[in-house]
Ligand binder design. Structure first.
Ligand SMILES: *Cc1c(COP(=O)(O)O)cnc(C)c1O
Length: 380
């Protein structure tokens, strides 16, 4: 599914030197490595500021808080995402409002967001699209809605470092954005890490304060924050990796292109089919024309998905389900009052999606093996 050792082999000397640099200085919390990474990542993204924090989950939490999500307000997001997209809203004290996804891209459906905005009349403070699998949600339509309704947009860009919408990088399309540097992400640390990107100096300052116990000056606290700093060791490693991320993303795009060719060539895919059945057992997701997709994951819909996955596992081929349970049906969110059937596209996706092996160093012969195994499964 993902072989991180191949990447480490290719940058081993640089990474080891960076770690040694931190050990020599014994400067572990904030300091020059974190400042350096914040400067360099902001420059890469084309954002005014990038503020390091302890994880992607915290980045979302802090960004939402700094953009006004609070008790008594609501935040609209998608139920078809990682848990933290919704838990970060709850941690701010705000109410998550879940809108269904577009069946082609599996990203937040602007028409459903519009309905939710109208229904929630004035309660909504933030709309938070998730750029799932490395593809942005429809940022033109969502941006327009946010503007019309006077709500802030915060991007969950955890899966989209280096993705772009009409040439503008994910993470610079709203008021603020949260990124994750969890080890499986496109730009990844050797542990937990994240950052908030923003063009708004006030938001950046607020996040800097929130991540440091709500304090600007040591032992003087204007508000109650958290301990959520990016540590210097992770920052030093991220500084080594940042200059490679475009190349790695490009290799993912090439691998995705190869999957397209291989799966279609094997007769597994029927053009335009958004349902899966015996004749068209694999369906490919839609990539929007304005999109620079960076394939954090390569995900298809698959007929008899769970049996296919079991077969692939038996063949020694990794695969994953992102995500098997839509968030409105998670036990801990039962209090939100959603029921099965309320968000049908998310529920259908949860039953059909399968992520195939995807990482920059994935080889063509490996992708041929994956495709051959899928073809074998459906020919039986
Ligand atoms: C990974 C991820 C997060 C959380 O990031 P962590 O660094 O693991 O806390 C949030 N949202 C999405 C969509 C993610 O994929």
């Amino acid at each position: 599914m993902l072989d991180l050792k191949r990447q480490y082999e290719s940058i081993k000397e640089e990474v080891n030197a960076a770690i040694e640099r931190v050990l020599t200085t014994q400067h572990f919390i904030c300091g020059p490595e974190v400042d350096g990474f914040e400067r360099e990542s902001a420059e890469y993204l084309g954002a005014r500021a990038s503020v390091g924090c302890a994880s992607g989950t915290d980045a979302l939490w802090l960004a939402l808080q700094a953009c006004g999500a609070e008790a008594g307000s609501s935040v609209i997001t998608t139920p078809f995402s990682f848990f933290a997209s919704v838990s970060s809203i709850v941690h701010c004290g705000a109410m998550p409002v879940l809108a269904d996804i577009d069946p082609g891209t599996l990203n937040l459906d602007p028409a459903k967001v519009e309905k939710a905005l109208k229904r929630a009349r004035g309660q909504v403070r933030v709309v938070m699209p998730v750029h799932l699998y490395g593809q942005c949600a429809d940022m033109d339509r969502l941006g327009k809605l946010a503007l019309e309704h006077g709500v802030a947009m915060v991007e969950d860009a955890a899966q989209a470092f280096g993705a772009a919408w009409k040439g503008k990088k994910a993470g610079t399309l709203g008021k603020a954005a949260g990124f994750s540097f969890y080890p499986t992400k496109n730009l990844s640390a050797y542990g937990d890490g994240g950052c908030v990107a923003t063009d708004d100096e006030e938001v950046a300052d607020h996040v800097r304060r929130l991540r440091n116990h709500g304090s600007k000056r040591r032992y003087y606290h204007e508000e109650i924050g958290w301990n959520s700093r990016l540590d210097a060791m992770q920052a030093a490693i991220l500084r080594v990796k940042l200059p490679h991320v475009d190349d790695w993303n490009q290799r993912r795009r090439i691998a995705a292109c190869r999957y397209h060719g291989l799966l279609c060539g094997a007769g597994l895919v029927q053009a335009e089919a958004q349902t899966v059945n015996a004749k068209a057992p694999i369906s490919l997701l839609v990539t929007l024309p304005d999109m620079h997709h960076i394939y954090h994951q390569f995900v298809v819909r698959a007929w008899r998905r769970d049996e296919l996955r079991k077969f692939l596992t038996e063949q020694g081929i990794g695969s994953e389900i992102y995500y098997p349970v839509p968030l409105h049906l998670q036990e801990c969110f039962a209090y939100l009052g959603y029921r099965a059937g309320d968000l049908p596209e998310s529920e259908r996706a949860a039953k059909e999606v399968l992520a195939l092996p995807m990482f920059p160093e994935l080889r063509e012969d490996e992708q041929q093996r994956v495709t051959a195994a899928i073809a074998e499964f459906y020919s039986r």
